[in-house]
Design a protein around this ligand. Structure first.
Ligand SMILES: Cc1cc2nc3c(=O)[nH]c(=O)nc-3n(C[C@H](O)[C@H](O)[C@H](O)COP(=O)(O)OP(=O)(O)OC[C@H]3O[C@@H](n4cnc5c(N)ncnc54)[C@H](O)[C@@H]3O)c2cc1C
Length: 458
């Protein structure tokens, strides 16, 4: 679109001030809002959909990535509490199967939406759903966000605020505030999106028997390869990314890719949604024809939006790099640990996927500075678009890490409010102490001598 026009200036309603304004209600935003409110800040959570959960509910991403480093839980605090609450709100059979599970816990999206609603309301957060941030108002020196302009069914309104936490997953607020960012690889390539969906009326015992008898893997490598060779599936990754069994008759599916979608462009998202639903329909036919146990599968829901893995990565005070990941570095200002592997999905149907794993029991630190966008004093960016190089974004982006960053940013915002400082003016040791009190794991260096847990690396 090259043509432009100037809008007439307008007077718009002003909402009551939010001390902490959280934009986006995915894993990062839910945790940020709860932490800020529990820290004593008058907190508002703005979300463009009519429910919380981000990719886990909007896009039906079917499972939580691991909360452990394969030896011990390293993502604890609010994220762990929310996942446990979801388990407890699920059916008895689900609870019996997943009670002890911390890695790849399947998401029941309807349960998760209610758990998030309840959790933010209990914490005293004021939610505003169905509302989209499309403009920010900066101070004269352009270092502080004075508030954001929302658009929703009621029209436009201005929400004044003291602090903002950008959990839009796309760094929308940061970009609107002029923070520099990167998007994708050197030639602008982005990880593909995936249209995830839920299949009902499947027969898991029969499916398990098929795996035992055929020797195929849970990701159906042989079956997918055969279907591709026979033209029943398009060329692409020769396996299913994930099947997450919510019950013996309901399964969440993450399978295949939609290429060339920039999740910050409405035109691309529109094409992605249409292409994604077509892909899901074709995969449904594959499942019915090729996979025993799925003969009568019924597609009950696909993502409201194509699942988006990668858009903007803001430039922060520190950029977490692949060397930091591979060397399992710790930082003096660590606010979380990460052990999830580097998981970069192919940019085209012909390119390769990249995986890099840390050994069991090993994690690296996530410094506070990755959430501090350059140039702005009262803004944090938590979640998928925090400051990292592209490789590390392929690891940091998963929901457990987004919970951690959300919790740390919300706790930091409440501290900044209390001290009347900017995001860089808080005491980082005090932030770390607060996080430890909230059961966050910051690594062995933060465990008092003699309190080491079983499985902790020396
Ligand atoms: C296909 C796929 C599979 C994945 N598999 C897994 C997996 O198995 N396990 C796992 O843990 N992670 C997985 N991930 C990664 C993970 O789901 C996301 O990276 C993570 O959800 C990001 O969390 P977030 O809170 O930063 O952002 P999001 O989850 O994207 O949430 C952002 C929220 O902000 C809202 N929003 C955006 N812009 C605005 C705006 N301007 N105004 C108001 N609201 C706004 C959105 O509606 C959304 O609710 C997967 C991702 C994809 C796409």
């Amino acid at each position: 679109m090259n043509e432009q026009m100037t809008l007439p200036s307008a007077r718009i309603p002003v909402a009551p001030e939010a001390e902490v304004l959280v934009i986006g209600g995915g894993a990062a935003g839910v945790a940020a809002a709860i932490a800020a409110a529990k820290g004593g800040a008058k907190t508002m959570l703005v979300e463009q959909r009519g429910f919380l959960g981000g990719m886990g509910t909007v896009a039906l991403v079917p499972a939580f990535c691991p909360f452990t480093d394969k030896r011990k839980p390293i993502i604890r605090g609010i994220g762990m509490e929310l996942m446990e609450r979801m388990k407890q709100a699920c059916e008895p059979a689900y609870q019996a199967e997943y009670r002890e599970t911390l890695d790849w816990v399947p998401i029941d999206p309807e349960v998760l939406k209610r758990v998030y609603d309840d959790a933010i309301l209990e914490a005293g957060v004021t939610p505003l759903y169905h509302s989209f941030v499309y403009e920010v108002v900066l101070s004269e020196d352009r270092k502080t966000i004075k508030g954001v302009v929302l658009v929703n069914k009621s029209g436009r309104s201005f929400v004044p605020c003291r602090y903002v936490i950008d959990c839009s997953g796309d760094g929308d607020v940061a970009a609107l505030a002029g923070v520099p960012f990167h998007k994708g690889g050197d030639s602008g390539e982005l990880q593909p999106g995936s249209m995830c969906y839920l299949l009902a009326h499947v027969d898991r015992p029969r499916f398990k028997r098929f795996l035992e008898e055929s020797g195929d893997t849970g990701q159906l490598h042989q079956t997918v390869e055969r279907a591709m060779a026979e033209g029943a599936l398009p060329e692409g990754r020769k396996s299913i990314s994930g099947l997450a069994w919510v019950s013996d008759y309901l399964v969440g599916v993450n399978f295949g890719h939609v290429f060339g979608v920039d999740g910050t462009r409405a035109e691309d998202l529109t094409r992605g949604a249409i292409e994604g639903r077509r892909t899901a329909q074709r995969q449904l036919e594959f499942f019915r024809r090729y996979v025993p146990g799925f003969e009568h599968a019924h597609l009950v829901a696909s993502g409201e939006q194509l699942g988006i893995r990668e858009t903007r990565r803001i430039e922060g005070d520190y950029t977490l790099t692949v060397d930091d990941f591979l060397e399992a570095r710790s930082f003096p200002d660590d606010i979380a640990r990460n052990a999830y592997y580097i998981d970069i999905h192919l940019a085209t149907s012909k390119s390769e996927m990249t995986f890099n794993h840390l050994p069991p029991g090993v994690s690296h630190g996530v410094p506070y500075r990755v959430m501090l966008p350059r140039g702005i004093d009262n803004l944090w960016v938590a979640g998928r678009s925090a400051s990292s190089d592209r490789a590390v974004q392929g690891s940091l982006r998963v929901m457990p890490n987004c919970f951690s960053m959300g919790q740390a940013s919300g706790t930091a915002a409440a501290l900044a409010l209390r001290g009347g400082t900017g995001s860089r003016g808080i005491s980082v040791p005090e932030l770390q102490q607060r996080l430890l009190e909230q059961d966050v794991w910051l690594g062995e260096a933060f465990v008092p001598a003699g309190m080491q847990q079983e499985g902790d690396a020396p």
